[in-house]
Design a protein around this ligand. Structure first.
Ligand SMILES: [Zn+2]
Length: 430
């Protein structure tokens, strides 16, 4: 375990203040202290740092009768730009945010799911970022960082895609490859960590502090927060719920094992289930995963009985897997997110809710909620932008780089290496 230093604590306090500003909107120092539980002196020091770094500005000065004037502070959106990038097996979505994490523009590039060469994927990411930033060179100069979510096992401190099962990648130095092409500081992480940070900051995290965010796409997995802390595990692999067991000796999974949850509720798993229900179903002729899932959603709306059976059976698989997750973690809330979930949520969420009581211990059931995510836009890209903002703030006002594995030859100007509010993998874990 990494030691917790005074600098870590200082960074965490910064993120607390930042998070409070996202949650409360324009706030006085007193309101920030009350909301975060930090002392007024700590908040005053951090606000002074933020103001001198241009991260905050004074939105208004309120003069209450008899009291001192109170400054209302807000994030300065034009201090910089942050690009959050969601890389999946079938697409790259690059989203440009201002510093207040509002979306300014985005661009999507399709990836051929059969192509797995790192050069091909890097090229797709660069094209998406370039398109999202547009032709205005001054916008590119304002970018303080690019946060890139990569599928599979990612080691953020080393900037390495350790293992991406669907691409058969091993130890691809993705951050280095991207920084060479983009000439902008890059931070990489895993989508499960991005979606849980989005949910903590911009979704149900404003109401509950323990939750699982279940991401359904080509692959499936869960982002986990317990008592307000994002759970990473020792190697940043926590939340690989998609590779927990649903059926012993069941369907082959792309991780190499049999019977994983992903083999049943990931997009290819849906196709397998439909083929079992109706091998000649016309929807099976859709070659691409996203087209297939969209066609399922359309067929459901038209009352197709085989597709209704598909959703019911998928709901049972999903509820069984979620039951394990709840029994293990005892979280009061599950959010469903990801492109496959979004396409099917209208039918899938009720099916899961009906089935879940058969799988969750009675003590955990009261108050357990299952909802589609309310995070606006692309939650993966937003979460990656939030991580990137955290990295930037870690460096703000610090004379020396944050404590980390020394990499003086590759330290970019924009921000330091470690930085998140959450335990990050140990420096020697790869
Ligand atoms: Zn698996």
């Amino acid at each position: 375990m990494a030691r917790h230093t005074a600098r870590d604590l200082r960074s965490e306090n910064r993120f607390e203040v930042l998070h409070a500003l996202f949650e409360l909107g324009p706030s006085t120092r007193q309101e920030l202290a009350r909301h975060t539980g930090l002392s007024q002196a700590t908040v005053a020091t951090l606000v002074t740092e933020f103001l001198s770094g241009g991260v905050l500005h004074i939105a208004a000065v309120e003069r209450n009768t008899g009291g001192r004037p109170q400054e209302r502070l807000t994030i300065a959106p034009d201090r910089g730009r942050i690009v959050g990038v969601d890389v999946a097996e079938t697409y790259v979505d690059a989203v440009v945010h201002d510093l207040a994490l509002d979306v300014l523009s985005h661009a999507e590039v399709a990836l051929d799911e059969k192509e797995n060469d790192p050069g091909y994927v890097v090229d797709g990411i660069v094209r998406a970022v370039d398109r999202a930033l547009g032709a205005d060179e001054s916008e590119r100069e304002r970018v303080i960082g690019v946060g890139v979510s990569m599928p599979g096992h990612v080691h953020p401190d080393a900037g390495v895609s350790v293992f991406a099962p669907n691409w058969d990648w091993h130890d691809v130095h993705i951050e280095e490859l991207l920084e060479q092409r983009l000439a902008i500081p890059v931070y990489v992480d895993n989508p499960l960590k991005a979606v849980i940070l989005s949910e903590m900051w911009f979704g149900v995290g404003n109401v509950v502090d323990s939750m699982a965010v279940v991401n359904l796409g080509t692959g499936v997995g869960a982002g986990i927060a317990l008592d307000g802390s994002l759970i990473r595990g020792i190697t940043n692999n926590a939340g690989e719920w998609g590779h927990t067991l649903l059926e012993l000796d069941g369907r082959a999974c792309r991780c190499g094992r049999r019977g994983c949850v992903e083999a049943y509720v990931g997009a290819p798993g849906l196709r397998t289930t439909l083929a079992e229900i109706d091998p000649g179903h016309p929807t099976l002729r859709q070659p691409r995963q996203r087209d297939f899932v969209e066609a399922v959603a359309e067929g459901l709306a038209a009352g197709d009985p085989a597709l209704s059976a598909l959703v019911l059976r998928t709901g049972r698989y999903l509820a069984a897997g979620l039951g394990d997750l709840v029994n293990l973690l005892d979280v009061p809330h599950i959010t469903l997110t990801g492109w496959a979930s979004e396409a099917l949520a209208d039918r899938l969420v009720p099916a899961v809710r009906d089935e879940l009581p058969h799988h969750v211990l009675p003590g955990s059931l009261p108050g357990l909620t299952v909802e589609p995510s309310q995070v606006p836009g692309n939650a993966v890209a937003l979460g990656m932008a939030a991580f990137t903002l955290q990295r930037f703030l870690t460096r703000l006002g610090l004379a020396s780089p944050a404590r980390t594995r020394p990499r003086p030859d590759r330290e970019p100007a924009g921000f330091g290496r470690r930085a998140v509010t959450v335990p990050s993998p140990g420096p020697d874990a790869v």
